[in-house]
Design a protein around this ligand. Structure first.
Ligand SMILES: Nc1ncnc2c1ncn2[C@@H]1O[C@H](COP(=O)(O)OP(=O)(O)OP(=O)(O)O)[C@@H](O)[C@H]1O
Ligand code: SF4
Ligand SMILES: [Mg+2]
Length: 344
């Protein structure tokens, strides 16, 4: 087995707010291997961005409380100094955010920003060499006429081109890990497909490890090798792409799959969106946090299920639900398709 590049163990991130403590990530653990695409999915507020940002130290603040371990090639990042982390960001871990307009400074040309990002980390490189790297990177992410377009301002690029340029900037220092947080959410479907194809190609050609954060299981199906499903700051299920799509064990995952738009068949009437709203992180229900929205709740659920392997045949497929696997396989079938039944 390939040695994991990134090891996250029991990561806890809390924020002290005026109205109480918000536990945004609560005991999150996962590995990412070189060349692997790990998707993190979950509704808004489930802790996806906080988890990703904590890996590179972006949640450090006087009111945050961070515990656990994040090791990159064995080196602990959780308590690394700010200078060391700045070096890791960019050189070893690149990051792409949802809205590239906020990541590029609108008053500087795109190329200059990539050149500066390169030179901030590589003092040995002169301006003209950094510019060559920038042109090469823009070319590799599919920007046409990169030698000319490098002198455009961010607003002269379309949304899809800005996102490509953002990826080029993240890759200019040849990181080993790319964290992409909703990289395609702001884009239309065609451009989204192009960006996903680009990420997949880079991943394959460069052996780049990728953490892809999205609330869209359609995106996950396109590119992920493994999937982490988050709910209320916790991982509720994790497994390979096939395990999550064809043998999902957690009712929340059934709900996500049921609300996935399928072009190959009509939507059954009994498969609504998951009912209710995500819980407040300040007043989680006792036990399984999905209880208020789960039509299958029973007397064991007021006790918090661990994230455990419950299938003898798939020891790396983990979930947090007390139902027996046979019950799950029966309950998740709603009108011939996997889904979460509407509450009675
Ligand atoms: N600095 C902060 N102070 C207080 N609470 C915070 C802070 N940052 C994040 N949170 C809270 O942590 C929770 C998780 O936020 P996070 O941004 O990780 O969600 P997410 O899963 O990325 O959602 P989305 O899909 O909307 O991006 C949210 O309830 C959010 O309000
Ligand atoms: S543990 Fe209980 S409430 Fe939670 S998802 Fe499973 S059946 Fe539903
Ligand atoms: Mg987010």
């Amino acid at each position: 087995m390939t040695e994991p590049l990134l090891c996250v163990r029991d990561l806890r991130v809390g924020f002290v707010t005026e109205t109480g403590r918000v536990q945004a990530a609560d005991g999150v653990s996962f590995d990412v291997a070189p060349g692997e695409v790990l998707a993190i999915v979950g509704e808004s507020g489930s802790g996806k961005s906080v988890t990703a940002q904590t890996i590179i130290g972006l949640t450090r603040s006087p009111n945050s409380r961070i515990a656990g371990s994040v090791r990159l090639r064995g080196a602990e990042l959780i308590d690394a100094g700010d200078d060391e982390l700045r070096k890791v960001r960019g050189e070893q871990i690149g990051m792409v955010f949802q809205d590239p307009m906020t990541s590029f400074n609108p008053v500087y040309r795109v190329g200059r920003q990539i050149v500066e990002a390169v030179r901030a980390h590589r003092r040995d490189i002169g301006n003209s060499e950094a510019r060559e790297i920038a042109v090469e990177m823009l070319d590799s992410v599919g920007i046409p006429d990169p030698a000319q377009r490098i002198d455009d301002y961010p607003h002269e690029f379309s949304g899809g081109m800005r996102q490509r340029a953002m990826i080029a900037m993240a890759l200019a220092l040849e990181p080993e890990l790319l964290i992409a947080d909703e990289p395609t959410t702001a884009l239309d479907v065609t451009v989204q497909a192009q960006i996903l194809a680009l990420l997949e190609r880079l991943n394959r050609e460069r052996g780049l490890a990728t953490i892809l954060i999205t609330h869209d299981l359609g995106v996950v199906a396109e590119v992920a090798d493994r999937v982490l499903v988050m709910y209320a700051g916790r991982v509720v299920e994790q497994g390979t792409l096939d395990e999550i799509f064809y043998d999902p064990q957690h009712p929340y995952t059934w709900g996500l799959l049921g609300s996935l738009t399928r072009i190959d068949r009509d939507r059954p009437e009994r498969l609504p969106q998951i009912s209710g709203a995500p819980p407040s992180l300040q007043s989680l229900p006792q036990g399984c946090p999905f209880r208020p929205r789960c039509p299958h709740e029973f007397d064991r659920c007021p006790e918090l299920p661990g994230l455990d392997a419950r299938l003898a045949e798939a020891p790396a497929h983990l979930d947090r639900c007390w139902l027996e696997p046979e019950e799950k396989r029966e309950l998740r079938q709603v009108e011939g398709q996997i889904g979460l039944e509407a509450p009675k």
